[in-house]
Design a protein around this ligand. Structure first.
Ligand SMILES: Cc1cc2nc3c(=O)[nH]c(=O)nc-3n(C[C@H](O)[C@H](O)[C@H](O)COP(=O)(O)OP(=O)(O)OC[C@H]3O[C@@H](n4cnc5c(N)ncnc54)[C@H](O)[C@@H]3O)c2cc1C
Length: 230
């Protein structure tokens, strides 16, 4: 869920959706929200302690990497260079891998043995089989952040492309409907006819009603104009 959150928060369509709902957020705020959620709601006590210890000591350099308080919306999405959004997703990915490795080491220690490099690498996600472009060396110690981000997007938001397409088509349809509702463009012909006829009907009613009243101003006015013309 946390990965879905960090990656999803970096997508422009989600930013724009949030913006329309009244939320403008930065990657730093997303990280803080995750931290506060874990502090207050995470059921696993030992996980909570470890995470808070890491986070509150600027673990994985988040204090610098996510220091920018600028909102996602200030990013230039046009060239897909959403650096801060990507940094948040990669930061949490690193955090999770650290947990994986620590757990694996703890497990080995409890069996009174040391871990092998292969075991450490097996604990890392994704494996080289899953994403060979993610890792830059055989020991899986260096990674290509761009490739990892692309992999994570595919892994956690596989239907995104379809969703974005459907969303944009849906939004387009809705925008068109709204536009039609608010302009004469979409007013059905029947309503147009009724709107045109109403002033004539009102005028005729006034004319007949005035005909029964001596104080009427409309009939004498019409007669005067008629006489003037003849
Ligand atoms: C913030 C946090 C702190 C935790 N701290 C502890 C702790 O201190 N002690 C403890 O015992 N447990 C801790 N856990 C739980 C631990 O990480 C595992 O979730 C748990 O041990 C179950 O292991 P698992 O192999 O079933 O699942 P996980 O290791 O959670 O893996 C499940 C799936 O998550 C995905 N995944 C794995 N690694 C990554 C990654 N780096 N990036 C993106 N996706 C990944 C893969 O799809 C994988 O199949 C923590 C969990 C979280 C979220």
């Amino acid at each position: 869920l946390f990965h879905i959150l960090t990656i999803g928060a970096s997508f422009p369509e989600n930013q724009i959706y949030g913006f329309h709902k009244g939320y403008v957020i930065s990657p730093h705020e997303v990280a803080e929200s995750i931290r506060n959620f874990i502090a207050n709601f995470f059921g696993c006590e030992v996980c909570r302690r470890h995470f808070l210890d890491m986070y509150d000591n600027c673990g994985h350099g988040h204090c610098k990497r996510l220091a920018n308080q600028a909102t996602f919306l200030k990013n230039d999405f046009s060239n897909n260079s959403n650096e801060e959004g990507r940094e948040l997703a990669i930061w949490f990915w690193e955090v999770h891998n650290d947990v994986n490795i620590r757990l694996m080491k703890e497990n080995a220690t409890s069996h009174h043995r040391n871990v092998t490099t292969e075991e450490v690498n097996a604990a890392k996600f994704p494996t080289t089989n899953m994403c060979h472009t993610c890792w830059l060396d055989k020991n899986m110690e260096q990674w290509d952040s761009n490739e990892v981000y692309v992999f994570l997007k595919q892994w956690y938001w596989p239907k995104r492309e379809v969703a974005v397409k459907t969303l944009s088509q849906k939004s387009l349809r809705k925008i068109n409907l709204d536009r039609q509702k608010n302009t004469t463009e979409g007013i059905p012909l029947g309503i147009c006819g009724i709107l045109l006829v109403i002033p004539f009907v009102v005028f005729t009613i006034l004319l007949f009603r005035d005909g029964n009243h001596k104080s009427s101003k409309i009939l004498p006015f019409l007669r005067r104009t008629k006489r003037r013309k003849s």
